[in-house]
Every structure is written in structure tokens, then in C-alpha cells.
Design a protein around this ligand. Structure first.
Ligand code: GLU
Length: 376
């Protein structure tokens, strides 16, 4: 079954967890070499590979004499600053043996939340792939501040899957996959092999505890799988600590948990609006507009806007709420908050009279709208 499921895959994002390539003493060179060997094999078989690797903090923290997870943000950032170059050197050495080149790409959430920078990052990654170079992505831990963080690399890897339009996300973890119960507490726990749809029941199976090395537990992995599958990419969670599991997966072995792509994947742009872009404000819509957007899939016009909250620019994402403040959609606005204050409640034909110009009839075009519920 797996062989069939993976038959269409050409571009793959592989997320490597800290628990796979490091331990309390730092990086595990043998493991990294193994992964480089496997990636080389995959490339021989015609796959394009993008890596998202954690373990910068794990690679640097022992230099500062830290045991367990660094407790403060400056310590994490200092550990990452020390560890990131070490991490890259290990990969560089591992790939060098196969005459492959690697490139470091460090991202913050903001890089992907702004459409221009998103496209710029995308171009860079596509160019690297075109030249046969292997991008190795991590969060820019050293400088990032809390509100700009992806939070964990499971999340980052799902966004990268969308960014590079990959067909498959593989999460290499230190566990075997998703179990129906916590395997550390219940020896009878069963590994779930294939997941057609991520239902609330499946979600319940994922606890939220991580190891001391990385940030993600099964909870964040499941969230990442949900995002990637909604975008249309299958997601596999497999144990990366077992040698060559990665190759076995591509050989069609039934290992780990495989999440099938959603049957009705969101367009990449909508996915970006739903998951990557950070909303800057809120629009409260009257009942008619709420119905038109939520039920009829219509664009948002100025007449239906009752109230505006926040300060935002053209191109920013905003939350759409009903008159009770219940959020039901997200969208990208064509008008700034100050423009909207002037044209809210007015007819479309009045926009250019009031502003002296107009960017279009719609405040938010339906192509730039995502209803909640379809996003998570
Ligand atoms: N970016 C972090 C690091 O390289 C890891 C984040 C995570 O474990 O999810 O150490």
C-alpha cells in the first residue's frame, strides 16, 4: 500500500528532530552521517530533498555547561548561536563524502508571513534545488523574539512543505509514530499505520510532552501533519534513530504512521493565509455580510463592515468576526485600516468618491478568504 501512496512523490521535506541526531553530550556524528547517506540515496533515485534540522541548541548547550533544556531565552539563543554552525559543519562533512553541497537557510515566522519575503524565500530554495544543493533549514533561534517564532520545527517543517510545494513531509522522530495510547505508559499501545483523516479522536491520541532536547512532542507533530495534509502533501512520522528507516520508508515498508493528503487540499495561497500569516486586526461584520462570506463563499464588500479593530496595512491578514465577536474567517485586506474607517458601511460605488481612488470593489476577495473550520 505504501508504495502506491508514495508513487507520486518527487519533492520531499525531511524534518530531523533534536532527539534523532543529538544527545546530552551534543551532536551524534554517526547519525548525521547516516542521514546524509540516505539523502544521497534518495537523490540517486530522483527525489528532491529539503531538510529542516533541529539540534542547534542541543549542539551548543553543553559548551555553556547546560544540562537539560536551557531555561531562559538568552541561554537558548546563545546555545543556538554556538550550535548552529556546528550542526551545519556536520552536515557539510556528511554530504561532502558524496560530493553534495549543503546550504544553510535560517528563517523566522515573519519571513514567511510577509508575502514578498515568502516568495523571496521560495525563490532562494527553488534555486538551491535547481542547482542540486541541499537546503538545510532551521529557525533563526539566535535572533528571533517570541512573537516571531515558529515555536517548534514540526510547525516550521509543515510551512516549508507548503513553501517549496513538496509532495511529502517526513518527520524523523525518536518515537516510532502515532500510537493509540501513550506507549511509555501502556505496553499494549498499538502503532497507527495509516491515517486517512485527522479526526478529533486521532488528535486525542497525541499527548503533548516533548523530550528535553527539542520542543515538539507528538502533539506538535500531529498539528504539522494536519497542516501538510491539508495543503495536499502526505506526512510520515517515523523513527529516525533506527538506521536507514528513511530508505525503508521509500522502499514501501509499512513503518511509522503515514497521514494521507486531504482529498480536497486547500490551495497553497489559502493555506498560507490560514497558517502562516499573522492577523493584524479584526473586522466585525453585520449579519448579511457574515452570511454572504461564511455560507455563500462571497467576497467581503465595504457595506457589511460594522466595526474595525487594530491598525493594518493593505496586504495584511485580518480576522473576520460576527457582531458578537466570534471569529469565523481570516482574509487578506485590500485596504488599510484608516481607509476602511472611511468606507465602512458604504456602497462599493462610493469607494472612489470617498477615497479619491480604489483598489477594487472587494475589501477582501474570496480567493483571499479562508473560513475557520476548513483550516483546522
Ligand atoms: N530550532 C531548535 C534547534 O535547532 C529546535 C526547535 C525544535 O526542536 O522544534 O535547536
Amino acid at each position: 500500500m505504501r508504495t502506491k501512496l508514495l508513487a507520486h512523490v518527487k519533492r520531499v521535506v525531511i524534518k530531523i528532530g533534536s532527539g534523532v541526531i543529538s544527545d546530552e553530550h551534543g551532536l551524534d556524528t554517526d547519525k548525521i552521517t547516516n542521514i546524509c547517506d540516505d539523502v544521497e540515496q534518495l537523490r540517486q533515485r530522483g527525489f528532491e530533498v529539503v531538510l529542516v534540522s533541529s539540534a542547534a541548541i542541543a549542539a551548543g548547550k553543553h559548551v555553556l555547561g547546560i544540562k537539560g533544556r536551557p531555561q531562559t531565552i538568552p541561554l537558548k539563543q546563545a546555545a543556538a548561536a554556538i550550535g548552529q554552525s556546528r550542526l551545519m559543519r556536520e552536515f557539510k562533512d556528511g554530504f561532502h563524502q558524496h560530493n553534495l553541497q549543503a546550504a544553510q537557510v535560517l528563517l523566522t515566522r515573519d519571513d514567511l508571513a510577509n508575502r514578498r519575503r515568502y516568495l523571496n524565500a521560495r525563490n532562494t530554495l527553488m534555486t538551491l534545488l535547481e542547482y542540486g544543493v541541499i537546503p538545510i533549514i532551521n529557525e533563526n533561534d539566535t535572533v528571533v523574539v517570541d512573537e516571531l517564532r515558529f515555536g517548534d520545527n514540526d510547525n516550521l517543517s509543515s510551512m516549508v512543505t507548503n513553501l517549496v510545494e513538496a509532495h511529502l513531509l517526513v518527520i524523523l522522530s525518536d518515537v516510532d509514530g502515532l500510537y493509540d495510547q501513550d506507549p511509555r505508559q501502556n505496553p499494549d499501545a498499538q502503532l497507527i499505520s495509516n491515517v486517512v483523516r485527522i479526526t478529533p479522536e486521532i488528535e486525542k491520541m497525541a499527548g503533548d510532552e516533548g523530550s528535553s532536547l527539542g520542543t515538539g512532542g507528538m502533539f506538535t507533530k500531529l498539528k504539522a501533519a494536519k497542516r501538510a495534509t491539508l495543503y495536499g502533501a502526505g506526512t510520515a512520522i517515523i523513527n529516525g534513530r533506527n538506521s536507514h528507516n528513511l530508505l525503508h520508508l521509500f522502499d514501501g515498508h509499512e513503518l511509522g504512521t503515514y497521514f494521507l493528503p486531504a482529498r480536497d487540499p486547500m490551495a497553497a495561497r489559502k493555506h498560507w493565509i490560514a497558517f502562516t500569516k499573522k492577523p493584524r486586526g479584526k473586522l466585525f461584520l453585520d449579519d448579511g455580510a457574515h452570511k454572504a462570506v461564511a455560507e455563500k463563499g462571497k467576497s467581503l464588500l465595504p457595506s457589511g463592515i460594522s466595526r474595525i479593530e487594530g491598525s493594518f496595512e493593505r496586504g495584511d491578514a485580518v480576522r473576520l468576526c460576527d457582531l458578537d465577536g466570534v471569529e469565523f474567517a481570516k482574509g487578506v485586506t485590500n485596504y488599510t485600516s484608516s481607509e476602511l474607517l472611511r468606507i465602512q458601511g458604504k456602497r462599493t460605488s462610493d469607494i472612489s468618491t470617498i477615497l479619491g481612488y480604489q483598489y477594487g470593489d472587494e475589501i477582501i476577495h474570496r480567493d483571499n478568504l479562508v473560513k475557520l473550520g476548513t483550516e483546522n
